[in-house]
Design a protein around this ligand. Structure first.
Ligand code: SF4
Length: 227
């Protein structure tokens, strides 16, 4: 198998997908000869994120079906600091901030809600999760958001982060300080090196799992079982 396209800027979800199954990642993200359909759950998530963004940023009332979030969003709004919704972060391969669509962009991430308290050097990063179950919550996304915040805002020394599962009303918290930056990057760069190696060698190994048959769109894979 050969790699036909430039390795795109990576994100938490992309790298996680690669680590789950490199072959699937290759088809969805590199050559893009398959794509995943938009599910109802994805559509709900998109609409939910937009409603929260418009409520926090513009004060636009939440649609009735998302009204259950008002109390939580109001509590977040009361936290002191600058509120930024759907904040885009981009870094170069030297881990320096850059524009989201710049050619040299190497990593991309978006924080659903970022609260910057420049006076205390503290930031809050909140990621809304519309899935029903927090059992398999992965705080890796929060680590990368914290790393991006530290890179973009040198005055910020602490990040309090959380995955906010809105349906079961559960917060999975995580805390980071600027002292955590080197060890966190070591971990992420080790994972990224696996992606880089696959791209260089053109070897995108399949990792069959119980999710193949029901959840994978790569029909040509021998592990898919639907062809
Ligand atoms: S069917 Fe399974 S092994 Fe094959 S590409 Fe999809 S996830 Fe990977």
């Amino acid at each position: 198998m050969t790699t036909e396209k430039k390795l795109p800027a990576w994100s938490f979800s992309g790298l996680k997908s690669f680590l789950g199954c490199a072959k699937k990642y290759y088809h969805l993200k590199v050559v893009k000869d398959y794509s995943e359909p938009t599910s109802e759950a994805m559509l709900y998530g998109t609409q939910f994120h937009l409603a929260c963004e418009e409520y926090v940023r513009d004060g636009k009332p939440l649609p009735g079906r998302f009204g259950y979030m008002q109390h939580t969003l109001d509590a977040l709004l009361r936290k002191p600091g600058e509120k930024l919704c759907e904040q885009k972060f981009a870094l170069t391969a030297n881990l320096e901030p850059c524009g989201f669509f710049e050619e040299e962009c190497w990593f991309r991430g978006i924080a659903d809600l970022l609260i910057l308290n420049h006076e205390t050097g503290t930031a809050y990063v909140v990621d809304y999760k519309t899935g029903k179950n927090s059992k398999y919550a992965d705080t890796g996304q929060l680590e990368l958001m914290a790393l991006a915040v530290f890179a973009h805002y040198p005055e910020i020394k602490r990040v309090n982060a959380g995955l906010l599962f809105v349906v079961p009303k559960q917060l999975i918290p995580a805390k980071y300080t600027v002292e955590n930056v080197p060890s966190l990057w070591r971990k992420w760069l080790a994972d990224y090196a696996k992606l880089e190696k696959a791209h260089e060698t053109g070897v995108w190994n399949a990792s069959p799992s119980g999710l193949c048959r029901r959840h994978c769109v790569v029909l040509e894979c021998p592990h898919n079982g639907r062809t």
